[in-house]
Design a protein around this ligand. Structure first.
Ligand SMILES: Cc1cc2nc3c(=O)[nH]c(=O)nc-3n(C[C@H](O)[C@H](O)[C@H](O)COP(=O)(O)OP(=O)(O)OC[C@H]3O[C@@H](n4cnc5c(N)ncnc54)[C@H](O)[C@@H]3O)c2cc1C
Length: 395
């Protein structure tokens, strides 16, 4: 959507582009391109670079250490970041728990937690889902009982992403069962090293990423770690979901993937001509590109329509559904184009200079398996379709 850039936007875009070109370490870029997780050391190293530049929290207000950028600038930054294959901000710190504190934290909580959220000294993970409470999140049962100046937690959480690289968890806990299920939920924050908290790893389909099931046995959390009011956690959880505005469609990531896919298919000779010219494949690539163009235009319209005020409502579900389907289709096409190279797993690749085709094939294989998750987490696509049916179409 560069076509809609103003002169100011264009200058800003070039500043961002130049920064990534000059400051993104080559090993970090290659790791992102190859699709391997950056891991804590690399994530911290890159986060420090962004901190020094003042861009570690692109969506935060200035008074809390953010950039104070307009929505348009955040959008441009995200496009350029993805195109440069730079890692995103620490997602749970910057996109979730930071805004949570900024909106609901007391001054004492913000003084204690926020600087470490921004600096990345603590990494955070999200403890919402439970065995039996995913789509129907409000039915959660992990119980926090108040005893004097502490809550005592018993129960389980599941699917915690990045938990093995994290220090802290923000979670939803049941503090009252007497009313409707949406009532009686509270937000607590706690160290993962808390006594009585144990983790059982779950290896994802790609064979690399690990999430976990967390078991709480009499885990004690001081009452000062309650965020917002007791039993008001459901509205806080809903607020966090409204923050998923920018980037939910992941257009930039799909665009970068599509570009690499075309390069790879253009370079691969099957028979006497480039694979890209094989009619069935060419049609499928053209179809996905047309759908991506339409998605980008729709996202732009939702975000920057003067009447929407940058507030995405239930329409964001449309972006999530289409965005995840396109990303999954692209990994499938890349697997086909990569052919035998797709059998290389990312971990089998030598760290020294894998060529573009092999590195992309490894990316595709890992993401083909890993991206099964993207139409499940953050509210599955079936749930998003229910939202579109009810809240957008009024069915
Ligand atoms: C890799 C991964 C990482 C995750 N990371 C986190 C994390 O960091 N923190 C966290 O708290 N959670 C996390 N989650 C949990 C995620 O949010 C849930 O898995 C998701 O909400 C679905 O819940 P569920 O797994 O219990 O499936 P269920 O809710 O049991 O759903 C099973 C199937 O039924 C369908 N379904 C359910 N209800 C309906 C309905 N009303 N109408 C139509 N279809 C329906 C679903 O779409 C799905 O296909 C993660 C999940 C995965 C897979």
């Amino acid at each position: 959507m560069e076509a809609f850039d103003t002169t100011d936007d264009r200058a800003f875009r070039h500043e961002i582009r130049a920064f990534f070109r000059e400051s993104l370490p080559e090993d970090v870029r290659r790791t992102v391109m190859t699709g391997l997780p950056t891991g804590r050391e690399m994530a911290d190293r890159w986060h420090k670079v962004m901190l020094a530049k003042g861009w570690a929290a692109p969506t935060w207000p200035k008074e809390h250490g953010g950039t104070g950028w307009s929505l348009k600038r955040q959008y441009i930054f995200e496009q350029e970041r993805v195109a440069a294959w730079a890692p995103g901000p620490l997602i749970f710190n910057i996109d979730m728990v930071g805004p949570l504190f900024i909106r609901y934290g007391t001054p004492a909580q913000n003084a204690r937690f926020l600087p470490r959220v921004l600096s990345g000294e603590d990494h955070w993970c999200q403890g919402f889902s439970e065995p039996g409470s995913g789509s129907d999140l409000a039915s959660l049962k992990c119980r926090a009982v108040r005893k004097g100046d502490r809550y005592v937690i018993n129960g389980a959480k599941i699917w915690q992403t990045a938990v093995y690289e994290s220090d802290m968890m923000f979670g939803l806990f049941r503090t009252d069962s007497s009313g409707r299920k949406q009532q009686g939920i509270s937000v607590l924050v706690l160290p993962l090293a808390s006594k009585g908290l144990s983790l059982r790893p779950i290896l994802l389909l790609d064979g690399i990423e690990r999430v976990a099931q967390c078991t709480f046995e009499d885990v004690e959390v001081p009452v000062e770690n309650l965020i917002g009011e007791e039993n008001q956690g459901w509205s806080i959880a809903k607020y966090l979901l409204t923050l998923e505005r920018l980037g939910i469609a992941e257009v930039g990531a799909s665009r970068a993937c599509l570009g690499r896919l075309k390069t790879l298919a253009g370079a691969e000779i099957r028979g006497n001509e480039p694979l890209l010219l094989e009619p069935t494949l060419l049609k499928e690539i053209a179809d996905v590109e047309a759908d991506l163009d339409a998605l980008e235009a729709t996202e732009y319209r939702f975000l920057f329509d003067p009447q929407s005020n940058g507030e995405l409502g239930p329409e964001s579900s449309i972006l999530k559904i289409q965005g995840t389907l396109i990303r999954q289709r692209l990994t499938e096409l890349t697997m086909r184009v990569a052919g035998p190279f797709a059998q290389e797993t990312a971990t089998d690749l030598p760290s020294s200079a894998p060529d573009e085709a092999r590195s992309f094939a490894a990316w595709a294989t890992r993401h083909y398996f890993n991206f099964r998750k993207i139409s499940i987490y953050g509210g599955s696509n079936e749930i998003q379709r229910n939202i579109v049916a009810k809240a957008v179409l009024g069915l």
